[in-house]
Unconditional design. Structure first.
Length: 292
């Protein structure tokens, strides 16, 4: 989150300051975190282990509410779209089924995703602030404050971006996992075991990161910016955020925090798909049908 927030609108701020004959603000002239490793070290040094675990509670709530739909509904939807007796399902059907599951999961978890982003951006100790500081005391304080100040609509701010991210991410993840697993089982003759699920899960994590990270950067910026009377002070919409990021930071900014992102979801998908395979052995997937 902090790597993705770092440098937001910095060139815009510097340009405005220069026009007014003022020195550039700190956010426009300093890079707080040079890399994922540097961020880990500095957060631990200045905030301790608690700083590295910020947003853990909403992250758990997010995963529970999201994956109930994202993973749990994939096989039922896939079976509605494609009869296993007809053979292997084409990639576009898997992508569509995964995208539908992603949208369902995104809607259910948006309030927790919003709160997690804002809590993780909050600095403590001697850390330099990166992004707007909302000042929430806890996840429950954040939910109460957002609902009190912005109503139910505030809890679903950025949900369109979240749905788009989940459509792309879930579609890429679910389709790449199932297609790779099917290929390794049928063509490469791998054994259907835990190692296979972990390899396919890790590979699907790489694919997901490549597709999701640009939307993730935009959504993180949109979630965390300050709002006045329901309007964002930095970005008026997701499209506006995309335009400003490209203009003032360049296209490479869409891949800020990529390795941190992969280090989070790579192992996550290894564990997730392994657990799913162990728990759903009685529900055959497309790959299982293809190889008998």
């Amino acid at each position: 989150v902090r790597l993705q927030l770092q440098g937001q609108a910095s060139k815009l701020a510097a340009k405005k300051a220069a026009a007014a004959g003022l020195p550039p603000p700190p956010a426009a002239s300093a890079v707080v975190y040079k890399s994922s490793t540097d961020a880990l070290v500095k957060i631990y040094t200045n905030e301790g282990i608690k700083g590295l675990q910020k947003g853990l509670t909403p992250a758990i709530l997010r995963e529970g509410s999201k994956n109930m739909f994202r993973i749990g509904m994939y096989d039922p939807i896939m079976n509605l779209m494609h009869d296993p007796a007809q053979g292997s399902a084409p990639g576009w059907k898997r992508m569509l089924a995964g995208s539908i599951c992603g949208v369902m999961g995104a809607v259910s978890c948006n309030p927790f995703e919003l709160v997690k982003t804002r809590l993780q951006s909050a600095v403590g100790g001697n850390s330099v602030a990166v992004g707007h500081q909302h000042g929430y005391a806890s996840v429950w304080d954040a939910l109460r404050t957002i609902y009190k100040n912005e109503g139910f609509r505030g809890l679903y701010r950025g949900s369109g971006l979240s749905m788009g991210r989940s459509m792309v991410g879930s579609g890429a993840n679910l389709s790449s996992y199932s297609m790779l697993k099917e290929y390794l089982l049928v063509e490469a003759k791998w054994k259907d075991n835990a190692f296979l699920d972990m390899v396919c899960g890790l590979a699907s994590g790489v694919v997901s990161c490549l597709f999701m990270n640009p939307i993730d950067v935009v959504r993180t910026r949109y979630y965390n910016q300050p709002y006045v009377n329901g309007k964002g002070e930095l970005y008026s919409s997701g499209v506006d955020a995309v335009k400003k990021i490209v203009k003032y930071e360049g296209a490479s900014a869409f891949y800020k925090g990529f390795w941190s992102h992969f280090l989070r979801i790579g192992p996550h998908f290894c564990r997730e798909w392994l657990a799913d395979s162990l728990c759903t052995t009685t529900v055959p997937c497309a790959a299982c049908e293809a190889c008998g």
